[in-house]
Design a protein around this ligand. Structure first.
Ligand SMILES: Nc1ncnc2c1ncn2[C@@H]1O[C@H](COP(=O)(O)OP(=O)(O)OP(=O)(O)O)[C@@H](O)[C@H]1O
Length: 249
């Protein structure tokens, strides 16, 4: 089943036609990687999936993005949508508060005050982000005291706490060292069992290692998409071939 379906999507930043007639199906409980050279529109596409581009002045969007069959650009509560389609950014961005409060933040904003319920979700989310064992003794310490990799897993825990169905990740490991990157990649293997994941990555090795499907973008166009092994081993377009073989990019 497809969780998200993008159809004939065009996006303009003023005169800049950043996404050109994109159609892409994103299957449930799989990892879809968006790859391509800098400026080709990967992050822009990712942000259209939970309407983050709405915040950009002068943006114009045509076409459709269906989430579970419903167009998110027509009658949809954007706040609700962003709870169901969460996001993790390139640079870990914990809030300036404790580890516990970071994870409980969204629930508290929803008006949940029951301490037992909050404790339960905080633990579950931190376990889900493979961070619990490292922080259980210091939940009330500031989140900024964690390492970069731990902070990124905290941000994943914060996203999970809202029980989203989709997690969008914009180069989530590009600010991390190889060990922290490896931990996040291992975690993604667990996350895919429960969530639909869409990840923008500059690392072709990462896309190969962690994704089920890959979509290759080139100057705002979706050139090719399909099974990751097929896109990397038998690309049908010369541009994909050039990019995945490292000729350019
Ligand atoms: N907020 C914005 N306002 C105006 N133009 C933007 C904005 N964000 C992106 N663009 C433009 O849209 C195009 C696509 O950018 P985007 O960031 O989506 O590409 P990308 O493939 O994610 O690049 P990178 O790999 O470098 O992050 C570029 O021409 C970029 O300059």
């Amino acid at each position: 089943m497809n969780k998200l379906e993008v159809s004939n999507l065009n996006l303009f930043y003023g005169d800049n036609h950043a996404l050109k007639d994109i159609s892409l199906k994103i299957p449930s409980r799989q990892v879809t990687a968006l790859i391509g050279p800098s400026g080709c529109g990967k992050s822009t596409l990712l942000r259209t999936l939970n309407r983050m581009n709405d915040l950009v002045e002068g943006v114009k969007i045509t076409g459709e993005v269906k989430f579970e069959g419903k167009d998110i650009y027509s009658d949809v509560d954007v706040k609700q949508l962003r709870m169901r389609v969460g996001m993790v950014f390139q640079k870990p961005n914990p809030f300036p508060m404790s580890i516990y409060e970071n994870v409980a933040f969204g629930l508290k904003a929803q008006g949940i005050k029951d301490k037992r319920k909050l404790d339960e979700v905080v633990e579950e989310s931190l376990r889900g982000a493979a961070l619990w064992d490292e922080v259980k003794e210091r939940l009330n310490s500031p989140a900024f005291g964690l390492s970069g990799g731990q902070q990124q897993r905290l941000c994943i825990a914060r996203a999970i706490s809202m029980q989203p169905e989709v997690i969008l990740m914009d180069e989530p490991t590009s600010a991390l060292d190889p060990i922290a990157t490896h931990k996040i990649e291992e975690l993604m293997d667990e996350l895919r069992k429960k969530f639909t994941i869409v990840i923008v990555t500059h690392s072709m090795n990462q896309a190969k290692r962690i994704s089920d499907k890959t979509a290759f973008f080139w100057m705002g166009e979706l050139v090719e998409h399909g099974e990751t092994s097929q896109v990397f081993n038998q690309p049908s377009d010369k541009r994909t071939q050039g990019y995945v073989s490292g000729e350019f990019g």
